[in-house]
Design a protein around this ligand. Structure first.
Ligand code: CS2
Length: 506
């Protein structure tokens, strides 16, 4: 028998059932400690996908239960309709399944009021940003969605959404266009602006987004530039919770554990961390009551996380996918790759300009290895491998560049980059081909076609992709030689053998 669908009626009936018979009702999902409909919306979130549902929405759910307030979230999904179609018939309710060493646990989250699919209803998506009750706009749209040049902070005018919004700024569809349009309309309406909180894995994410928004404003509404510069806050943040894509197993386990059918369920790990620069002139939920760290300077936390966690993740993803390991937990179980990984993490730790206060980097690295090895998590290497050109600069190239400057050991970084290059060939060691899924895929494929299986030509061609590699690395003969040599080994002997060689004797 199919269990009933999760929605507000199910929630009310479940509360009733538990009140009537507390003993029989033991177990099941934890329920929101508040009445969701009793709270208004105060946040709009752009990019209402699984990560948002497993992270920021959970913190806000905790705050609503503890402090109350009108801080529910109206989600906007920019790409598809699936999120809206799954969540709206459930009155915004969904379940978070936490998989760790112990039995999985489930909780129903009530902080999302609804999700608007911008592709279906662009007008409603824009209107949501004009609601004067909205004080904060949060974003998890992925690195590639912004269209901001990392080095200069300027608009990438050829980026599809940016190009569209430059042509039709009154009907924006992209991130920067929508923010500028909404801020401009709010100003014209005499409403206060909102604070813009970027939650994507980008370095100095708030500063970067501010620069992009100001440049978009300069192009389409120059009179707004001084007002945005003075009135709108763009705090930085570091977000962390490993969230694999939901599968049928997620939905089946939720149905079994919670007793309801939830088509919007997400699964995640027990660990969660959120570090936020505390600059919210329009007000904010007390996220610190849910465990977030409110700080003056996010940079040390964010660099640590991008280089130690995400950099390690990318190595596991590229080496793992090519070697034939479907999941992160399998890749890290290989003793050779795991030793290379540890060296990369140590190198990443040594590359940090500043250490985050109150955190021992060695403990952080140990904890990461345990998190990656979580046997209950089916996190695909191929999922993480996506969008490499958007990810490797901050995860691997920045720490490599800095390590070279400090005359440290760049070998683990060169190995990780060679693994990315090997992945760019689009075929595993076992001969299975796959799509690269990278916004610069066509440029990469042109290099791969010209280079064949010649490690020197391939590495030189990929290192020459415009704006990708820092000059310091491109000009270093040591770095270039190491990358070409590792790539050659990977091509000649396979990824597992290349890992074994670099790892050395156990
Ligand atoms: C991963 C991240 O897919 C990826 O690129 O490295 O999504 C990672 O799981 C999160 O940043 C963890 O907080």
């Amino acid at each position: 028998m199919t269990p009933p669908r999760l929605d507000a009626a199910w929630l009310a009936a479940e509360r009733q059932r538990r009140r009537a018979d507390p003993v029989a009702a033991r177990g099941g999902a934890a329920l929101p400690g508040y009445r969701p409909q009793a709270h208004g919306v105060g946040i709009v979130h752009l990019g209402a996908g699984a990560f948002h549902k497993a992270h920021q929405a959970v913190y806000t759910d905790d705050v609503l239960a503890r402090d109350g307030g009108d801080w529910r979230i109206r989600g906007i999904s920019l790409r598809g309709e699936a999120a809206a179609q799954a969540l709206n018939p459930q009155d915004g309710l969904y379940t978070v399944l936490v998989r760790g060493e112990r039995e999985p646990s489930v909780r129903v989250v009530g902080s999302i009021a609804e999700v608007i699919a911008a592709v279906r209803d662009p007008q409603a998506a824009r209107q949501a940003l004009l609601d004067p009750a909205v004080k904060v706009v949060t974003l998890t749209v992925t690195e590639k969605a912004y269209g901001i040049d990392r080095a200069s902070g300027r608009l990438m005018r050829e980026h599809p959404a940016v190009a569209r919004d430059l042509r039709a700024p009154d009907e924006p569809v992209g991130v920067l266009g929508m923010l500028v349009w909404a801020l401009g309309r709010r100003r014209a309406l005499g409403a206060a602006p909102f604070t813009v909180l970027c939650c994507d894995n980008l370095p100095d994410n708030g500063h970067l987004l501010r620069a992009g928004v100001l440049d978009m404003a300069a192009a389409v509404a120059p009179e707004l530039v001084p007002w945005i510069a003075e009135q709108v806050a763009f705090p930085c943040s570091m977000v962390d919770r490993i969230t694999p894509a939901s599968t049928d197993a997620t939905l089946d386990d939720v149905a079994r554990l919670a007793g309801c059918e939830d088509r919007a369920a997400v699964e995640t790990e027990p660990f969660s961390m959120w570090v936020i620069e505390d600059r919210f002139p329009e007000g904010r939920p007390a996220w610190e009551h849910a465990g977030a760290l409110m700080v003056d300077d996010v940079a040390p936390f964010e660099r640590m996380k991008l280089r130690m966690l995400n950099g390690a993740h990318s190595l596991l993803a590229y080496a793992g996918h090519v070697a034939g390991w479907t999941y992160v937990r399998e890749a890290i179980a290989d003793p050779d790759l795991s030793r290379v990984l540890r060296r990369l993490m140590d190198g990443a730790a040594a590359s940090l300009e500043r250490e985050p206060a109150g955190l021992a980097l060695r403990d952080y690295a140990d904890a990461l290895c345990r998190r990656f090895a979580n046997p209950a998590m089916a996190h695909e290497t191929y999922q993480i491998a996506m969008d490499g050109t958007e990810k490797i600069p901050q995860r691997l190239l920045a720490p490599a560049d800095r390590t070279l400057l400090l005359q440290g050991d760049v070998r683990p970084f060169a190995f990780a980059i060679a693994a990315w290059m090997r992945y760019c060939l689009g075929v595993t060691d076992a001969g299975a081909s796959y799509a690269l899924r990278d916004p610069r895929e066509s440029e990469i494929l042109a290099v791969v076609q010209a280079g064949g299986r010649d490690a020197a030509a391939l590495s030189q061609g990929l290192m020459g992709l415009e704006g990708l590699f820092p000059v310091g690395l491109r000009e270093s003969a040591v770095w270039r030689g190491l990358v070409a040599a590792y790539l050659g080994r990977m091509l000649d002997r396979g990824m597992r053998a290349a890992c074994r060689e670099l790892a050395g004797p156990a």
